[in-house]
Design a protein around this ligand. Structure first.
Ligand SMILES: [Zn+2]
Length: 275
């Protein structure tokens, strides 16, 4: 019987389906996925398996990633395109994962044409048509309410129509004017609050630029949707139309109550361990 079960599991893996216990373990404890309904979870599982078949996840810097960690990463990458489809990621191929924050050379040209370069430590980075780069430690120990994977995926979607500028390609039934007005007002409001040292429920990093604002609010949309609805209902509505998901409604639902799953916490049991 055990041999039969093992053969079945091996055959499923070969066909690219994620065995149910592995799926449960790899996604247990992920806040943004906790309230998905059974139909959405099933769709996400299928999408995640396809992602793992079609894209590469490359561990670098001495990091080792097993199957559980790869599913853990891929499932969160697939969440933003759950209702859009994997084609929204068809302009890039690889996810590169560092053990911890990595340093990149940042370059900026000033008004006089002088090039300034300086090193920057990053927890994630998205290159146009290039790889999605992530730090494993940031995935395992996210900022409260933050999610580096969702953040970088928002940049990827934003870059589908050019440079990241907080204006991703909108659907036909969306208004460009409404999007621009809504985000501009909310962005101005955040900067005003920060300038006057007022508390803000939105990560202050969003005030860096419209691109970062869109990425930070996309994190909030999936991680803390009820806070976003309460604070910025117009922005939530635009994001709901863009992602074609309604996470605030999910939060009202009882949590999914399938068989209890032990989180496969390989980061604390085997392989690389965060310091
Ligand atoms: Zn960013």
């Amino acid at each position: 019987m055990l041999g039969w079960a093992r053969r079945l599991r091996a055959r499923r893996l070969h066909r690219g389906r994620i065995p149910f216990p592995s799926w449960q373990g790899a996604t247990a404890g992920v806040t943004a996925l906790a309230h998905l309904g059974p139909v959405q979870r099933a769709r996400l599982r299928t999408l995640t398996a396809r992602f793992l078949r079609e894209k590469a996840i490359t561990a670098v810097g001495g990091l080792e990633l097993g199957g559980c960690e790869r599913v853990h990463i891929a499932a969160q990458i697939c969440l933003p395109v759950l209702a859009l489809g994997l084609d929204w990621y068809d302009d890039w191929y690889e996810v590169v994962v560092y053990p911890e924050a990595f340093v990149t050379e940042h370059e900026e040209v000033d008004e006089a044409g002088v090039v300034h370069r300086w090193p920057r430590e990053l927890a994630g980075e998205a290159w146009g048509r290039g790889p999605l780069i992530l730090a494993w430690e940031e995935i395992v120990h996210p900022r409260p309410g933050g999610n580096v994977i969702l953040h970088e995926c928002a940049h990827k979607l934003d870059m589908r129509n050019g440079v990241a500028n907080g204006f991703p390609p909108l659907h036909r039934d969306m208004s460009r004017e409404m999007w621009t007005r809504t985000f501009s007002e909310a962005f101005g409001h955040l900067r005003h609050r920060l300038a006057h040292h007022h508390a803000t429920p939105v990560d202050p990093y969003g005030a860096e630029s419209p691109a970062e604002f869109f990425a930070v609010l996309s994190e909030a949309f999936f991680e803390t949707p009820q806070v976003l609805v309460a604070e910025c209902p117009a922005v939530y509505e635009q994001l709901r139309r863009f992602y074609r998901q309604h996470p605030a409604r999910r939060v009202d639902r009882p949590r999914w109550s399938g068989p209890a799953a032990e989180p496969c916490s390989p980061w604390s049991q085997r392989g690389w361990q965060p310091r």
